[in-house]
Structures are given as C-alpha cells and as structure tokens.
Design a protein around this ligand. Structure first.
Ligand SMILES: *[C@@H]1O[C@H](CO)[C@@H](O)[C@H](O)[C@H]1NC(C)=O
Ligand SMILES: *[C@@H]1O[C@H](CO)[C@@H](O)[C@H](O)[C@H]1NC(C)=O
Ligand SMILES: *[C@@H]1O[C@H](CO)[C@@H](O)[C@H](O)[C@H]1NC(C)=O
Ligand SMILES: *[C@@H]1O[C@H](CO)[C@@H](O)[C@H](O)[C@H]1NC(C)=O
Ligand SMILES: *[C@@H]1O[C@H](CO)[C@@H](O)[C@H](O)[C@H]1NC(C)=O
Length: 429
C-alpha cells in the first residue's frame, strides 16, 4: 500500500504501467480459469487445459455437471447435422467387427479420411497407440494441400489400444465411441475364437481347466507367442490402455472407468446391439440406412464352449475389473435409452424390420459359405446390388479398400510392422 502511494505521488507514467500490468494479470488469470464450453472441450487441449479437465474429472460434482451439459447438446435427429468424425475404439469379441464395417461403409461412401494400418487390419493389439507411428513418407499433395497432423483424420475403426493424449494429436473434434460385452461371455468367446486352448495342457474342457488356476495358466499363456494371449485377463480394460498389473488395484480401475466415462460420447453394449445402434445414430445424426448391417463373425457351434453358473462366476471373479467396467456402462446405457425419448420402441421395431428386409433382399439362405471355419457367414444372392455388396462387406475387405484409397490420396497409414512380425498364427478378427 505504502509502495503504491509512493508510486502515485512520485512517478505518474510508472503508475500507469503498473495499473496496465495488474489489468493484464487479472485478464490472463480469468482466461486461464475459464473452461471452454463442453461441446468444444475435445478440440482444444493445451497442457493447462488438460490439467483443468483432469481436475474436473476428479471432482464428482463438476464431473456430473459436464455430463448433464453434454447430454443436452446431443442432436435430436430432427434438425441436426450429421457428425462425420469419430474414433471407434474397437474392442475384442464384442460384435465390434460388425460395428466397424458399418462405420467404414459410412466413411467410405462419404469419402472421409481414415487412419488405417499399413498392413493387416489392426494398428497394434499390444502396443499403445502412438501417433509417431504415422508414416509421413506417404504424405503426398494431391490438390488440397498435403496431409498434416493438424488436419488429422476423420475416422479410426481398426484395433488400437487407447491413449487419448496420442489420439488427440491426429483426431480433432471427433466423437469417441466403443462397445462392451458382458465379461464372462466375452471371455468365453475370446478363449475359443483365439484358440487359447492351444497354449494350455490338453483337456476336454479347456476353459474349465484354465479357470481352475487362471493365475498360473495366464502366466504361461503370456509366455507363448500366441498373439491374442492378452485377452485372457480383463481384455476390455487392456484395450483401453490399462496394463494387466494395474487391474487388481481398485483405485486405478475406478479412475480408469471415470476417465472412459468422461472421454467417450457413447459406450454401446453387445447384448443390446440394435438398441446400441439407435443410440449411435442419434449421437451422430445418421440415417437409418447408415446403420443397417448383416451380422459378421458369429461363431460356429464348434467354436463355442459350455459355461455353467459356477464357471461363469469364476470367469467373472478373474475378470473383476471388466465386470465393474461393464456394470457401470450397462447402467449409463439404459440412462441414455431413457433419454432417447418415447420413440425408442417404435424406432427399434422399425429398425428391425429394415434389418430383416436387408437380409431378405441381399442374402441367399440356401447357400453355405465356409471361408472361415470359426464363423457362420451369409451368402449374397447372385448378381447382388452395389448396396448389398457394401452392407455385406466385412471390416477386413473395407480396410483394404480404404487403405488403397488413402494411399492414392497421399493420406499416411500407421506403421504396424511390429505387430505384423509378431503375429504368429493366421487368425483373423
Ligand atoms: C466421393 O468421391 C467420388 C469420386 O471422386 C465422387 O464421385 C463422389 O460423389 C464423392 N462422394 C461424396 C459423398 O462426396
Ligand atoms: C500416451 O501418450 C502420451 C503422449 O504421446 C505419452 O506421453 C504417454 O506415455 C502415453 N501413455 C501410455 C500409457 O503409453
Ligand atoms: C444391464 O442392465 C439391465 C437394465 O438395468 C439389466 O436388466 C441387465 O440385467 C444388465 N445386464 C447385465 C448382463 O448385467
Ligand atoms: C441361392 O443359392 C443356390 C445354391 O447355390 C442357387 O442354386 C440359387 O440360384 C441361389 N439363388 C439366388 C437368388 O441367388
Ligand atoms: C512408409 O511409406 C513408404 C512410402 O510409401 C513405404 O515404402 C514404406 O514401406 C512405409 N513403411 C512402413 C513401415 O509402413
């Protein structure tokens, strides 16, 4: 105070500068503290903002508030603009292949840009997403200026382990969606589909054997070269970037669930697949045609195992972290269904009629298709329409088509040589 008065009485120009400095500091502080509106939250993420978002996430009341705000900004599907940018975090054995091909069809027909792997149809199952793996030597300028990190991509649908910070480097203003499945069903599916039984002692009931000492068998399976071995313990959280070592730590699991809840615009549920698609359609303001599908990758009877109540309990105990994750999002899922409004049942019935029509129009039920021994495949009728071809196309075929187009347009792919090298068996997913 005395100092200020001294300044005031003696040096007038200095005082003016002093006031300006104070105003500047106040304005900067205000700017720093003001949190951007929820809708734009995902686009701008400087380090300071990130720390602020973290603070919001960790405070339950503020966290709930951002949530309510975001919900009200969802399109009503009447006068909305279709949203074309999204990251689909593809999980394992959850119907994600069918979902991926729906999203790929949409993006392919609308000429959107995809981040696809350089080889194969997954970025990396084991290494966490790293934007530095984008192969910049593939960037070409084909008229609209070369691709840059700043431009980024519209869509990701191929398998990648989640890391939001890295994904934010190349996905700007995108919606994040994913799908979860009841963990004991997911585990059984992965166990047989990925032929995990090959890596444990022979048994007529391999899944039961595994569950008699999961700790031991998991350790041994992890030592093998089987590529999908990591699916044998809380596969969902693993896909979200969590390490197996952290999965017995309740605090870390809860914090990861909070993070996913805050980061993802929609978490779909395999058990309610069609309902999930209606929520996706609403979130993105897509048409009903956009979400039509023919189921892909449904397993054959030989690739199923029996799971009684005891075995189910054991699997759930072993995958406790995923059980918590699933319970949380099954709950938020039904909240979203209630928020959808009174048209939900009517829209669902209409959607299912359209699905049946699609099947009748495109498929030949009398023909067997046995390209992959593990899954039941439908056959198209002779001379199928372009639409039928698109709706029948699986994510592997789409990935090949899209990759070709991206390379033609000088849009770089993801270098996944590592994952390619390590992939021993020829299993597809
Ligand atoms: C996509 O690109 C093709 C070929 O350039 C063009 O014929 C088609 O109209 C485009 N579609 C959309 C939706 O922009
Ligand atoms: C996620 O990505 C950021 C930025 O690239 C990196 O610093 C961090 O270590 C990554 N986290 C994990 C768990 O890999
Ligand atoms: C998911 O939530 C619904 C509605 O609360 C409930 O009926 C159902 O049993 C839950 N599903 C599972 C597998 O827990
Ligand atoms: C359906 O498949 C059967 C067996 O291959 C064939 O004889 C028949 O012509 C097919 N029908 C149509 C409409 O494609
Ligand atoms: C990167 O792109 C170049 C140019 O297309 C290609 O020759 C090379 O094989 C790519 N490398 C990887 C690891 O994908």
């Amino acid at each position: 105070m005395y100092f200020t008065m001294l300044l005031l009485s003696r040096t007038r120009p200095t005082f003016v500068l002093f006031i300006i400095a104070i105003i500047f500091v106040i304005v900067s502080l205000l700017a720093l503290l003001s949190i951007p509106p929820v809708g734009t939250r995902k686009v701008s993420k400087g380090p300071v903002q990130q720390r602020l978002f973290q603070a919001i996430r960790d405070t339950p009341s503020a966290y709930t508030q951002t949530h309510i705000l975001r919900k009200s900004s969802e399109p009503s599907n009447i006068n909305c603009v279709p949203h074309k940018k999204l990251v689909f975090l593809k999980t394992h054995k959850t119907g994600s292949t069918t979902l991926a091909s729906i999203i790929q069809r949409y993006g392919y027909l609308k000429n959107l840009t995809f981040l696809v792997p350089h080889r194969n149809h997954f970025l990396n199952y084991q290494k966490i997403f790293n934007a530095d793996k984008i192969n910049l030597t593939e960037v070409k300028d084909t008229g609209e200026g070369p691709w840059t990190f700043r431009k980024g991509y519209d869509i990701l649908t191929n398998h990648a382990r989640y890391n939001r910070t890295s994904m934010d480097r190349v996905f700007h203003g995108v919606r994040y969606v994913t799908i979860l499945r009841e963990p004991s069903a997911q585990f059984e599916s992965a166990f047989y589909y990925f032929e995990i039984w090959r890596s444990i002692p022979r048994s007529r009931e391999p899944l039961k054997l595994f569950m008699e000492d999961p700790e031991l068998h998991f350790k041994n399976v992890m030592r093998t070269r089987q590529y999908y071995k990591s699916s044998m313990h809380n596969q969902h959280l693993y896909d979200f970037g969590m390490s197996h070592d952290d999965m017995n730590d309740d605090v870390k699991v809860r914090s990861k669930i909070r993070e996913i809840d805050a980061d993802f615009d929609l978490v779909m549920i395999t058990e309610y697949f069609d309902e999930s698609l209606l929520l996706l359609r609403k979130l993105l303001c897509w048409s009903m045609d956009d979400i039509l599908y023919l189921a892909k990758g449904t397993r054959t009877p030989d690739y199923h195992g029996e799971v009684g109540p005891d075995l189910r309990n054991n699997i759930q105990a072993w995958n406790k972290a995923d059980v918590s994750l699933y319970a949380h999002f099954n709950h938020t899922f039904w909240r979203k269904v209630r928020q959808y409004g009174s048209d939900f049942e009517k829209d669902l019935a209409e959607f299912r009629d359209r699905l049946a029509d699609t099947h009748d129009t495109c498929c030949n039920n009398t023909r067997q298709n046995s390209k992959d021994r593990r899954v039941v495949l439908f056959s198209l009728k002779n001379n199928p329409s372009t639409w039928c071809r698109h709706v029948a196309r699986g994510d592997v075929d789409f990935t090949n088509l899209i990759r070709e187009r991206m390379l033609q347009h000088g849009i770089p792919t993801y270098d996944n040589r590592e994952s390619h090298k390590r992939k021993k068996n020829k299993l597809l997913n």
